[in-house]
Ligand binder design. Structure first.
Ligand code: FDA
Length: 299
């Protein structure tokens, strides 16, 4: 679809991004980005905790091209973990390996992750490695395996649109996984293009991971998938402490509250920081209706 490709193109456009970042979060971005500072992110988590929901905060940032930027990004993650611990909010950390230097030097990225996990481990905070585009998949899984030799409190995300998702999910039996449909534009060589096929593969990996007894984070705004998962766990006697639902901050708020009130664990992914542009463009690409956010922001 032209709209989807257009927004995905913008999400990768460094020139437009640098201009937009200077303007600050506008055009509706504010309703899905929890502010620019750690304090603002923690306040948002606290509000959600009060409504019975958990959080995972993500300091937005992509296109890291130097060792200095990667180190600074890792230091920022560590400061965020300290703030989570100090404020005692119920919250995880989500991050992207490219922010920690994956494209600069793979070992630098792994060492940055080791430092982050030492702090996370000290405070018993779980760290989730977001999954990026297909070009970074193998390196992400390799680094995850290395990290898990020393730390248990780290997991990643698997994208249901990939043909190989089922194999990757099975290989990661026992690992706390976030399962998602997938947000990037991928070639038909590696990913389903048709929504029905994506949904089918997505449900397959959710069911396989749940049945293997592994902790499963079902991250979707799709009420049909959520209803299927609710029915599946009842049918198979899977208890509520073996899985959780996740949604993005600002999306389907009423449904988020409803799921939490029903007694399920509901975790909200809370992006913050001034590098919000690519994240926002990917959300517009996924769902053209999200453009109403942008229009509301303009008005
Ligand atoms: P999708 O967009 O396919 O919508 C399906 C249906 O749900 C719609 O037709 C509509 O009926 C309903 N619906 C959806 N959104 C709605 C709304 N706002 N209001 C009303 N109805 C709505 N991706 C990735 O590649 N790597 C990652 O690490 C992550 N991480 C991540 C974390 C979390 C917490 C979430 C929720 C998502 C991600 N994603 C991601 C993004 C993910 O891969 C996917 O692109 C989006 O979640 C969009 O797909 P959905 O499953 O939400 O529904």
């Amino acid at each position: 679809m032209i709209t989807r490709n257009f927004f995905l193109y913008l999400s990768n456009n460094k020139f437009v991004k640098s201009k937009a970042t200077k303007w600050g979060p506008k055009f509706g971005a504010r309703s899905i980005i929890a502010g620019e500072t750690i304090d603002e992110a923690i306040n948002t988590v606290r509000n959600l905790n009060e409504q019975g929901m958990s959080g995972t905060v993500d300091h937005l940032g992509e296109f890291v091209t130097s060792r200095e930027e990667a180190l600074e990004s890792a230091n920022f993650c560590i400061r965020t973990l300290e703030a989570i611990a100090e404020s005692k909010v119920d919250c995880h950390l989500s991050l992207k390996l490219t922010q920690l230097g994956l494209d600069v030097d793979r070992n630098l990225c792994r060492d940055n992750m080791m430092r982050i996990l030492e702090t996370a481990d000290k405070h018993k905070i779980f760290v989730r490695i977001d999954m990026e585009d297909y070009a970074h998949l193998d390196a992400t899984l390799e680094i995850l395996h290395e990290l898990r030799e020393s730390f248990e409190g780290v997991g990643t995300a698997i994208q249901g649109y990939l043909y190989r998702a089922e194999k990757d999910t099975r290989d990661l039996k026992g690992v706390n996984l976030r399962l998602i449909k997938g947000a990037y534009k991928e070639s038909p060589d590696v990913a389903y293009q048709n929504q029905e096929e994506v949904n089918r593969n997505y449900l397959n990996i959710i069911k396989a991971h749940l049945l293997s007894g592994s902790y499963t984070a079902v991250a979707t705004h799709d009420h049909r998938i959520i209803d299927d998962v609710k029915a599946f766990v009842i049918e198979h006697g899977i208890s509520n402490d073996k899985f959780e639902f996740q949604m993005l901050y600002g999306f389907r708020r009423e449904l988020q509250v409803k799921i939490a009130k029903e007694g399920y664990k509901m975790r909200i992914y809370i992006p913050f920081g001034n590098d919000w542009f690519a994240f926002y463009m990917r959300r517009l690409a996924e769902r053209p209706q999200n453009i109403s956010f942008a229009l509301r922001g303009l008005i």
